[in-house]
Design a protein around this ligand. Structure first.
Ligand SMILES: [Zn+2]
Length: 335
């Protein structure tokens, strides 16, 4: 365990947790580009191409992980709303979406973004839904309006409080394993951008499988280490987010985690639905390389054009190469 240069204590994690292979160094001494977390961070990659897991090494010790979130604004909780500049940014973003909407409709991007926002559940009959890492409940409130009976859990107390105020949803605060939910209780569990943050992905999925009914399904989204964005931006890719992202998955390694937890893989692929967000943020990180940056970069017209161009490019590229999108989507079934 070492605390000499990091305020967050770390421990070495030399081997791939999935296949046991010794990792080879991928990135070294990256600053935490988002949220101004102290420390420099390195990543290892599993050398087996059929695995491809990437992980932070040395890794934050579990007791210090909370420090990685001290400046983090999750899911639009109270803190986010009070930050100066949030409202005009929201207006700019709404304008951006409105301007792009006609093109997105024609290209099919609007449909993909909507499917992504509903965690690809459009084709399923509404039932009992649990969202793990539910944030302020925006997703759950939309799903409730579509007829789902919703429940959610998040480690961020402010986000859970905000869900009550904004949407009248009574959600759970804490982590899934301590919550002790009844077995075989949900038809669907969703988990968006959570699995990359946890120390024991197989343990978490095993618990999810327990709370799912037989025939139930789990839908996961997470940054895709084999995406076009990571290939282009490398250590400046938005999906890296050290030291909060402990593991970064490929389609194969994400499938392996689900199989180990006893799921069957119904479908695994990727989506370019959030390519503009990932690529726009990656350009910012590339521009600021080596410098600490706040979490709210100055808007730029050029960067916006580049992000929009990438949104189209990746949307069509995913048709030829199903695992090149910025986010992985895995749909896993409980037998
Ligand atoms: Zn491996």
């Amino acid at each position: 365990m070492s605390a000499s240069h990091n305020e967050i204590r770390t421990e070495p994690r030399p081997n791939c947790f999935l296949c046991g292979s010794a990792g080879k160094s991928l990135y070294q001494d990256l600053p935490s580009a988002l949220f101004e977390t102290p420390g420099r961070w390195s990543f290892s990659q599993c050398p087996r191409s059929e695995c491809g897991l990437v992980w932070i090494n040395p890794t934050p010790v579990e007791a210090d992980l909370y420090r990685a979130y001290e400046n983090y604004f999750t899911h639009g909780g109270d803190n986010a709303g009070k930050r100066s500049g949030t409202s005009w940014r929201a207006v700019l973003y709404a304008g951006y979406r409105a301007m792009n909407h006609p093109g997105w409709v024609i290209a099919g991007i609007a449909r993909e973004k909507a499917r992504r926002a509903r965690m690809f559940l459009d084709d399923f009959k509404p039932g009992k839904l649990l969202d793990v890492g539910c944030g302020d409940g925006k997703f759950l409130s939309e799903m409730q309006a579509l007829g789902w009976a919703v429940d959610g859990i998040d480690f961020d107390a402010k986000a859970v409080q905000s869900a009550k105020q904004k949407y009248g949803l009574s959600l759970r605060h804490g982590d899934l394993r301590s919550a002790g939910l009844p077995s075989a209780n949900f038809d669907t569990v969703t988990m968006s951008h959570v699995i990359e943050h946890v120390t024991d992905p197989v343990g978490l999925l095993t618990e999810i499988k327990r709370v799912l009914s037989a025939g139930g399904q789990l839908v996961i989204t997470t940054p895709n280490i084999e995406s076009l964005g990571h290939r282009k931006f490398g250590s400046c890719w938005f999906g890296i987010d050290a030291p909060r992202h402990l593991n970064l998955f490929s389609a194969k390694s994400l499938s392996d985690v689900a199989l180990r937890a006893g799921f069957e893989i119904v479908n695994v692929g990727s989506t370019a639905a959030s390519a503009d967000v990932f690529i726009g943020a990656s350009y910012t990180m590339q521009e600021k390389q080596g410098h600490r940056m706040g979490h709210q970069p100055t808007p730029s017209v050029l960067r916006t054009f580049k992000a929009v161009w990438w949104q189209y490019r990746e949307h069509f590229a995913v048709r030829r190469d199903p695992v090149c999108g910025e986010e992985l989507m895995a749909q896993c079934g409980k037998k």
